[in-house]
Design a protein around this ligand. Structure first.
Ligand SMILES: Cc1cc2nc3c(=O)[nH]c(=O)nc-3n(C[C@H](O)[C@H](O)[C@H](O)COP(=O)(O)O)c2cc1C
Length: 328
């Protein structure tokens, strides 16, 4: 497909043979085939969490449908934690279908890295700090995703301004920056800090292709950074959410939780239980990603619902214009 903006060469665009270093981030209950296809056809890489497709036949079908609609690379996010009893099947099917990119989150990628040996599939691992980054690099990860503090979903604790150069200084692997990147300004800053590509999560939710409700898209368009709350009350792990009327009751102090959570063991158990329930359980439970809206601090830069092609083109055009205008 012909693209308007000129291409940009980085370690990641070269690795995947794509024109633009923009990855549509995998998002639970959001990323679907259309978003992946639109992102990959627009010159980036579309991705989705394997858990978005159940039962397993739907997961394989989604991969096959994507391959029919795009020749570009795409990726699948696999939760590599014991609580995900589907992970082996997710990996095996991804490898049978020759998926170009697997993104691991939450646990150790050891098993996946063993299995991909001898295949063309690349494995990139989510990291929020140097310790985990070193571990996955030693295990043979092909690349890293540095998730900073302002990201949508379960964000890290460290500002991307510090995290990218910190990891890059110690580990010489292709690096994707994740957190609050929604336009050419964010792309330019991330590349200047040492990243080789950017994730766009929240920006991609407010697009024409995204399957979420208009309420969710409009909440992103109208929110400012100050409206983002970091709370573990939705699924047990600290995550970033837009302060909306549906979120308020969850934020109100719950005396039972407060008392129980003073015991570290009980607190951990509650967290794991909630996280497992949110990822693997009933999508219709009261607090789920369907009625509370996760988004990153970058919401203030998102003022309209656009097509994914426009998001990527506008980002690239802004990037090239900004480079000309930087103080010399
Ligand atoms: C609604 C939502 C769901 C998410 N689900 C996942 C997920 O299932 N797996 C994952 O690795 N990251 C998940 N993330 C995090 C994104 O992949 C990405 O790191 C983040 O959106 C980047 O920050 P940004 O939203 O500020 O662009 C999710 C983020 C959001 C907003």
């Amino acid at each position: 497909m012909a693209h308007k903006s000129r291409p940009l060469s980085t370690a990641i665009t070269k690795l995947f043979d794509i024109p633009y270093p923009i990855i549509g981030a995998p998002m639970f209950l959001v990323s679907n085939e259309n978003m992946v296809v639109a992102t990959s056809n627009a010159g980036g890489i579309g991705t989705f969490p394997a858990l978005n497709f159940r039962p397993m036949e739907n997961y394989r079908k989604a991969i096959q449908d994507i391959k029919k609609e795009t020749t570009g690379p795409f990726g699948i996010n696999i939760i590599v934690q014991k609580s995900n009893k589907y992970q082996d099947q997710h990996i095996d099917i991804a490898l049978e279908e020759e998926v170009p990119l697997i993104i691991t989150s939450l646990g150790s990628p050891r098993g996946i890295l063993e299995k991909v040996k001898g295949t063309k599939t690349k494995v990139f691992c989510d990291v929020v700090g140097l310790e985990h980054a070193k571990k996955v690099a030693d295990l043979g990860a092909h690349g890293l995703i540095a998730v900073g503090s302002g990201a949508g979903g379960h964000a890290g604790d460290i500002s991307l301004f510090a995290l990218i150069p910190h990891i890059k200084h110690h580990i010489d692997l292709p690096l994707i920056a994740a957190g609050s990147i929604a336009d050419g300004k964010g792309l330019l800053a991330a590349l200047a800090l040492g990243a080789d590509a950017v994730y766009m999560g929240t920006r991609m939710i407010a697009t024409k292709e995204s399957p979420v409700s208009n309420d969710y898209k409009n909440a992103i368009v109208h929110a400012e950074s100050e409206d983002i709350v970091n709370t573990d009350r939705v699924d047990g792990f600290p995550g970033n959410f837009i302060r909306t009327p549906s979120l308020e009751p969850l934020l109100a102090a719950n005396i039972v939780d407060t008392v129980l959570s003073q015991n570290a063991k009980v607190k951990r158990w509650i967290s794991l239980f909630r996280a497992g329930r949110a990822l693997l359980g009933n999508h219709n439970q009261k607090a789920s990603y369907k009625n509370v809206f996760s988004a990153g601090h970058g919401v203030s830069g998102i003022k309209s619902i656009e097509s994914i092609e426009d998001v990527i083109q506008n980002t690239m055009q802004e990037y090239f214009e900004l480079i000309q205008k930087l103080p010399q």
